[in-house]
Design a protein around this ligand. Structure first.
Ligand SMILES: Nc1ncnc2c1ncn2[C@@H]1O[C@H](COP(=O)(O)OP(=O)(O)O)[C@@H](O)[C@H]1O
Ligand SMILES: [Mg+2]
Length: 266
């Protein structure tokens, strides 16, 4: 690491201390995005997925990104989560600039601070529910048995206590999604990002999944971002960012009957 990079890291860390400080009543900024652009392909095939995004996500809130298919939601989420590099612009997560981290630093920061829930669950078919949910802890160096036990506790708090030893193939869609959520929460990340978490679920299961998301968000030092085009769950967002053609075109704030700070990850 060069001295310049270290200085930038130190600066962004102290900026983070300011922006997440407890003074003042305004919620702290969890994700700050400025001037973000991202395109795919070249020449005639070029697609401009993000056309200049300026956006803040606040701690203690569930923020939704909604908009038509192809408008850039997954791309925006992937850039925020550090999975995809942007072309231009800056992303800060809890006051830390992703661009100042370098590849290895970013991978470690992501593993420690960000949990993902994907639409397709991405469970490993040969591992039990508890073993799947334990993966982030095993990666973090926990002994396997302790990690699986801890994952079992999180799964139990999601109503999955009787399915710990089941393989993904023996679970319903809603149950697999809960394993994916447990895996995303097990290492208690401060930022949870979810891409269409209810898309494959029936209405009732979708609502219970969204309630779990809210419980995870209702913490002053945490934030949840959910991408969805499922209008049945729009009401769960404290803030709803509407995207169209690579831009955020409107942000609605709404009062939500919040879930109590939850049992998840406790
Ligand atoms: N890896 C990729 N290669 C080429 N084009 C892509 C890629 N990922 C996304 N796109 C294009 O970028 C645009 C935005 O995609 P995406 O972010 O997935 O939209 P959404 O999640 O809102 O449906 C779309 O036109 C899509 O086809
Ligand atoms: Mg998408």
């Amino acid at each position: 690491m060069t001295i310049a990079t270290m200085m930038r890291e130190a600066q962004s860390q102290s900026a983070g201390a300011d922006s997440t400080g407890a003074s003042g009543s305004a919620p702290a900024v969890a994700v700050r995005v400025r001037g973000l652009t991202k395109g795919f392909g070249a020449g005639e095939q070029r697609v401009q997925a993000l056309r200049g995004i300026d956006w803040d996500v606040y701690c203690g809130q569930l923020t939704m990104i909604v908009g038509p298919s192809g408008c850039g939601k997954t791309t925006l989420l992937s850039v925020i989560a550090g999975i995809l590099n942007c072309d231009e612009g800056e992303v800060e997560i809890f006051g830390r600039a992703l661009s100042a981290m370098g590849d290895r630093g970013r991978t470690r920061f992501r593993a420690e601070n960000i949990g993902f829930v994907f639409q397709q669950y991405n469970l490993l078919p040969a591992l039990t529910a508890a073993e799947n949910a334990a993966i982030p802890l095993v990666i973090a160096g926990w002994p396997r048995e302790r990690a699986v036990r801890r994952a079992g506790e999180v799964l139990s708090s999601l109503g999955m206590g009787k399915k710990l030893a089941s393989l993904p193939g023996q679970l319903s869609g809603g149950q697999m999604q809960r394993v994916a959520i447990a895996r995303a929460l097990v290492h208690e990340p401060r930022l949870l990002v979810c891409d269409e978490p209810t898309a494959a679920l029936d209405h009732e299961t979708g609502l219970s999944v969204m309630n779990l998301m809210r419980q995870a968000a209702v913490r002053p030092d945490r934030a949840v971002v959910v991408v969805t085009h499922d209008n049945r769950v729009f009401g769960f967002g404290d803030r709803v960012a509407h995207m169209d053609d690579g831009r955020i075109v409107r942000i609605d704030e709404q009062a939500v009957e919040g879930a109590e700070p939850g049992t998840i990850g406790e």
